[in-house]
Design a protein around this ligand. Structure first.
Ligand code: ADP
Ligand code: MG
Length: 585
């Protein structure tokens, strides 16, 4: 397309050609880079950040371009009005595709977007009302205050303004309540769900957001070119958008702009050079892109932008203002029944990982759950938190039967947890990871995030996360990436995150594993302080010395069943427990 633009200019007289040809050539190229960047920004969020793949972004562009072309040419609508129709259509299609495929996870979304891209391309090419393969010409020009915007330079500025606004809004979005949860999606949904977010909803949000950006680009494209035909909206272009973010850098929004710049420029150069070199016509640039992708994926996962980032000065840490004001739960009265596990069974196929387990926990108690490896302790935790559906039995929080509820619903009832296998986002700072814990304590959506209307709440969330990190003794590591912390510290960060949820009941799965002696003492002190404040804790731990001085009662499991229950001293001298443990060791 850029090449055609160049040829058109080539008909001008020779003197003009050099100047105008060069400048309008670059202006058009710059506009393309801006348009592609808008689409690629959405794709960075979708693929790089949330870990979902779409081949259908070009098709979403096509929906918008054709919508506005048909409505302005055939029905004489104002282009500004068609933008809303295009957005509505895009959101509807993305919603339906997402609703069908995102629930199933895995490769269904990429496959569905491929099918969507291909079928739309054929639809555009074959339906006579859509202009067939020749397309639709004379699309209306955009009008602003009665002035027709036909100049390509003006379009260049419009496109880049939109692109920078999109960049800004997307940055704001990532740095918000929903954005942090979206950034956590790549590691699976179970962590964010344990803090009250719905993984499916978050995935739908990013998918629709990325489709909306593609729609915006398609609408701009139609009014810039004033002509649409099927070829720019095919599967090939959809794949090229993925190339852009992989090569530019899928984990950073700037990577989208870097990628669309590099790919667009390189494509133009290669399309000029390669056919001459090989003395044959064809899209040989694809081969070069293919090789680049392999090289980048092998040696430079962060793409070109990761190289640029190394040269940039480090970003200063945002200050933490000591503001409070997040809503706080009232703890139930000490001694009130808080958790009741009633004859709960969990079967994995033929294996009964938990068999008719029953125990209770009262408010203000710390109960230890012990047993040899494979006894079913973590499974029991996952049943209580709702991550696994139980096979039989009932679980009550307070007087409410919560069996059958999903983790977000149980989190709302005041349960907060850590995981045996740490689930932090390695690329986020300890502070940001801990902020995820407050998900249910504010309610800012993506709109207020994008517009930065969430700043008062954000300050409260940051302050709360900092407070909890200080409390667990990790103040110094606040701005360290979680992936760079020792495993012991990562476990403690998880505890701070769980505390940020302002829980009534805390579930800790082997929190002291990997901690040094002094760190364990610190942790024990913290947990008894928390008990002093009325918090209740259920803790799985192997270190008996650690447990004996801390917990009020111990429940022992073996082969999925309850082996014993009692005070620490009783358990220590229980022959059946000693047998299980010594036998187990
Ligand atoms: P613990 O935490 O006490 O070491 P787990 O609860 O992790 O034990 O595991 C209990 C038993 O259930 C083990 O035999 C384990 O292999 C099995 N198990 C745990 N999770 C699953 C699963 N998702 N699918 C099948 N078997 C599982
Ligand atoms: Mg376990």
């Amino acid at each position: 397309m850029i090449a055609t633009q160049y040829q058109e200019v080539g008909t001008k007289s020779k003197g003009q050609l050099l100047f105008i040809g060069l400048s309008s050539y670059y202006v058009t190229m710059g506009s393309y880079i801006g348009l592609y960047s808008i689409v690629a920004l959405g794709l960075v969020l979708l693929t790089g950040v949330a870990g979902l793949t779409s081949f259908g972004q070009a098709a979403f562009m096509g929906v918008a371009a054709y919508t506005t072309a048909i409505l302005t040419v055939n029905y004489d609508w104002s282009p500004w009005l068609t933008l809303f129709v295009a957005l509505g259509l895009t959101i509807a299609v993305a919603f339906i595709l997402g609703a069908i495929t995102l629930r199933m996870g895995g490769h269904y979304l990429p496959l569905a977007t491929i099918a969507w891209g291909i079928s739309l391309y054929f639809l555009f090419g074959t339906i006579p009302a859509l202009g067939g393969s020749t397309g639709i010409a004379d699309v209306s020009a955009l009008q602003l205050f009665g002035v027709e915007l036909r100049d390509e330079k003006i379009f260049y500025y419009i496109i880049w303004c939109v692109c920078l606004v999109v960049l800004r809004v997307s940055t704001n979005l990532l740095d918000s309540r929903e954005g942090r949860a979206i950034r956590a999606l790549k590691g699976g949904v179970s962590m964010v769900e344990a803090f009250g977010a719905s993984g499916l909803r978050l995935k739908n949000i990013v998918f629709i957001y990325s489709a909306v950006l593609a729609c915006l680009a398609g609408w701009l494209y139609a009014h810039m070119m004033r002509f649409v035909n099927p070829s720019p909206f095919g599967l090939g272009q959809g794949i090229e958008f993925l190339f852009m973010i992989v090569i530019g850098g899928p984990f950073s929004l700037w990577g989208a702009i870097a990628g669309s710049t590099v790919i667009t420029l390189l494509k133009t150069v290669l399309q000029g050079v390669l056919p001459k070199l090989i003395s044959q016509t064809g899209n040989f640039e694809i081969i070069v892109f293919g090789i680049m992708i392999v090289v980048v994926l092998q040696w430079m996962r962060g793409g070109i932008w990761s190289l640029v980032e190394r040269l940039l000065p480090p970003k200063p840490n945002k200050p933490i203002n000591d503001v409070s004001g997040l809503p706080q739960r009232s703890q139930p009265a000490r001694g009130e029944a808080l958790l009741r596990v009633d004859s709960v069974t969990k079967a994995f196929g033929g294996l009964l990982a938990v068999k008719k387990m029953s125990f209770e926990l009262s408010a203000g108690e710390i109960v230890g759950l012990i047993g040899p490896n494979g006894a079913g302790k973590s499974t029991m935790f996952n049943l209580i938190s709702g991550e696994l559906p139980r096979t039989e039995g009932n679980i009550y929080i307070g007087s409410e039967n919560v069996s059958g509820m999903r983790p977000p619903q149980i989190a709302r009832r005041g349960l907060s947890r850590t995981f045996q296998h740490v689930r932090l986002i390695p690329g986020m700072t300890a502070l940001e990871n801990v902020m995820i814990g407050t998900y249910l304590r504010t309610s800012d959506g993506i709109f207020s995030a994008g517009m930065r209307l969430n700043q008062a709440h954000e300050a409260q969330v940051r302050a709360e996360a900092a407070r909890q990190l200080r409390r667990v003794g990790l103040e110094d590591s606040m701005f360290v990436l979680a992936g760079n912390l020792s495993l012991g510290k990562q476990r403690i960060v998880e505890i701070a995150r769980a505390l940020c949820a302002d829980p009534v009941l805390l579930l800790l799965d082997e929190p002291a594993a990997g901690l040094r002696h002094l760190e364990k003492q610190e942790l024990a002190r913290l947990l008894s302080d928390l008990r002093g404040e009325g918090l209740s804790v259920l803790i799985v731990e192997h270190d008996m010395d650690f447990l004996m001085n801390l917990v009020d009662r111990i429940v022992v499991m073996e082969f999925g069943e309850k082996l014993a229950e009692g005070l620490p001293a009783e358990i220590r001298s229980n022959p059946a427990v000693l047998e299980a443990y010594l036998g187990g060791v």
